[in-house]
Write a protein that binds this ligand. Structure first.
Ligand SMILES: Nc1ncnc2c1ncn2[C@@H]1O[C@H](COP(=O)(O)OP(=O)(O)O)[C@@H](O)[C@H]1O
Ligand SMILES: [Mg+2]
Length: 623
């Protein structure tokens, strides 16, 4: 919340229109935080009827037991009292009648309404949370590369799971209890006033200190919750990273340091949690004290009134029994303050994500990029700088790749090769200049249709936990078993797949870890086969492989490239020699363009890369 304000404040300061806008932004910020709750209620709205049922059920559940003090007081004053005028027979009959009445009420009213109260409340909260979580998921899916690159995946997951769960508490208990408790308090007040006004006023004396304390603590509790949730997120992010990178941790024997940093993080979280616990406890104690001391005061005051014959003993018992039912919702209101603080912190965090506008998104009148459009690629004076980077990654990059051509991009590490393909797939948008596909700026196509026409194979192909078949079908979920098999054939993958215990149904573990690098790569190629894009991008697809798998993967790639417009980025120059054209990059600029022969004769960068590699590859001793 603080960060939000700060950001908004900074935006305001950047604004050239002066201090008026600064104040304006501040106000906006505060309004926004307040309005998060309203936005959250927007998600509850479709299920208002469930909340309504839950409230009705709750009102009955809580008010029905109030009948009993009436019965008790009636018993004391009219049946059991010494001055009762009833005959013994009538007294017995009255007691039986009362028992039947009370039991009947419990069975036929209390049971169904209590069930309704609990089930409807939980149904409402689960349904709301389902919708909110789904929206958040859809939104995160639309985020651009920069969002994912600047966050740990575990912390993104934390918002989807933990924060949503925190927000759920608010609807489950709080939102229904508010109504019930509000109603119950007024109802009780009415009954109590009818019994005795002075006693009622004494009961109310706890309210001013109660309100004062609650107000003071609310903000603190919310801040503490926010810290706990931020800390949990950070911890989850780091844990996920270290768990999946267990082999790096173990091979460097960094376990002690990792233990230490985990402990530090967990301790910081503990500290924040305890701060929260402290405020919560202060709140609970204060409210417990106030609601505990009040009945005592009431009894003493009532005793005086009885001595003065202004109150009967039955009335005192009646009033005293009601007092419990009066303070119960008061106590619950204070628990609500706690729930509200945690939930509101979570809701703030959820809407923070929902408010991030994806950097790359469809233009208002974006058109579909058809297969016919996805022919050629043209870069026109493209400049690009990553967010927060000190230097541009691309300078005035200009080139054209005609339909069906294969163009290779070479250059030292960090020269901007991967950046070029990131821009083609619109993982990022150019800073200036333009990229055209089929003669049209790619920003005028819908993201989805553009990406549907582009197939990519990276150096490390990420597969997902599931069967081999599922992973190949990732390229086209409607593909038949036969098509999957054909794709595997073309990718040179069928043989090793059939050697697996379950063939195509073999489960390959998270990130495909149960396969070798070359095998993973061939499944990734099969997956692109099924996708069947017009444009193909290969980013160091064979660089991580040993020479035997490289040959197999290279064969598969060549088959895949046939008839497609292809960009191939490769370290091993043997794979780029046959390209129609080679673009040599250095430091974000194109320094040479030509065929293998042309560039060699230039004796420039390409020649240099080629000769150094030739030397090292043929003479391992020289490095
Ligand atoms: N996500 C990123 N954020 C900031 N800078 C980046 C990012 N990715 C790459 N860079 C920088 O951009 C430059 C080009 O990187 P890249 O295109 O990956 O090079 P190559 O693929 O040729 O090795 C490098 O200086 C690199 O440090
Ligand atoms: Mg790269």
């Amino acid at each position: 919340m603080k960060d939000g304000l700060l950001q908004i404040a900074m935006q305001g300061m950047k604004d050239s229109e002066g201090s008026g806008t600064l104040a304006h932004h501040f106000l906006d910020g505060i309004m926004k935080i307040k309005s998060n709750f309203r936005r959250f209620l927007g998600y509850v709205k479709p299920y208002w009827y469930l909340i309504f049922f839950a409230a009705i059920g709750g009102a009955v559940k809580f008010t029905m037991p109030l009948v009993f003090p009436q019965v008790l007081s009636y018993l004391v004053d009219n049946v059991l009292g010494v001055d009762s005028a009833m005959s013994l027979e009538l007294k017995r009959q009255t007691i039986v009648n009362l028992v039947v009445l009370v039991l009947g009420l419990y069975v036929f009213v209390y049971i169904p309404f209590t069930y309704l109260r609990h089930f409807a409340a939980q149904k409402a909260s689960n349904k709301t949370i389902f919708d909110l979580r789904y929206d958040l998921y859809l939104h995160i899916q639309r985020m651009s590369a920069s969002y994912f690159n600047s966050r740990q995946s575990g912390s993104i997951v934390a918002r989807l799971i933990n924060d949503i769960a925190q927000a759920q508490n608010l609807i489950g208990n709080a939102l229904t209890n508010v109504w019930i408790d509000g109603v119950v308090i007024f109802f009780m007040l009415f009954i109590m006033l009818r019994i005795n006004v002075s006693l009622t006023l004494i009961s109310l004396t706890i309210f001013p200190p109660y309100i004062f304390i609650t107000r003071k603590l609310k903000r603190r509790m919310r801040e503490a919750s926010r810290k706990v949730q931020d800390g949990t997120e950070a911890m989850q992010g780091n844990l996920q990273e270290k768990v999946s990178g267990y082999n790096v941790v173990q091979s460097f024997t960094r376990e002690p340091e990792e233990q230490q940093s985990f402990q530090d993080e967990a301790r910081a979280l503990l500290h924040d949690s305890l701060t929260g616990a402290k405020w919560n406890s202060v709140n609970a104690t204060a409210v417990g004290f106030l609601t505990g001391i009040a009945p005592v005061l009431v009894v003493f005051a009532a005793s005086y009134l009885i001595l003065d014959s202004k109150l009967t003993l039955g009335q005192m018992i009646l009033f005293y029994s009601y007092l419990g039912s009066f303070y119960l919702p008061v106590n619950r209101f204070s628990e609500l303050t706690q729930v509200l603080s945690t939930s509101m912190a979570a809701i703030d965090r959820i809407f923070e994500v929902l408010d991030i506008v994806p950097e790359v998104q469809d233009a208002p009148e974006a058109e579909v990029c058809t297969k016919a459009d996805a022919r050629d690629i043209e870069f026109r004076a493209v400049d690009f700088r990553y967010f927060n980077a000190s230097r541009p990654a691309l300078h005035q990059v200009d080139f054209t790749i005609k339909e069906g051509e294969t163009v290779a991009i070479v250059g030292p590490s960090g020269s901007g090769k991967t950046t070029i393909i990131n821009l083609i797939a619109r993982f990022y948008d150019v800073s200036s200049g333009a990229i055209l596909i089929g003669g049209r700026d790619i920003r005028r196509y819908t993201l989805r249709s553009l990406r549907q026409n582009i197939g990519m194979v990276f150096q490390e192909s990420l597969l997902f936990c599931g069967t081999i078949k599922d992973n190949i079908r990732f390229g086209d979920t409607s593909a038949s078993d036969r098509e999957v098999r054909e794709a595997a054939d073309s990718a040179n993958a069928t043989r090793f797949i059939l050697e697996q215990e379950q063939g195509f149904d073999t489960i390959i573990g998270e990130r495909g870890t149960r396969l070798s690098g070359g095998q993973r790569q061939r499944i990734a190629i099969a997956r692109v086969y099924l996708k069947n894009p017009r444009i193909l991008i290969l980013d160091e697809a064979t660089s991580a492989l040993d020479s035997e798998s490289e040959t197999q993967v290279q064969e598969a790639l060549e088959l895949l490239m046939a008839g497609r417009t292809t960009i191939v980025i490769a370290h091993r120059l043997s794979t780029v020699m046959h390209a129609d054209r080679i673009i040599a990059m250095d430091d974000g600029r194109i320094v040479e363009v030509g065929t293998h022969g042309e560039l060699l004769s230039k004796r420039g960068l390409y020649w240099h890369l080629h000769t150094t590699q030739y030397r090292t590859e043929n003479n391992p001793a020289v490095h």
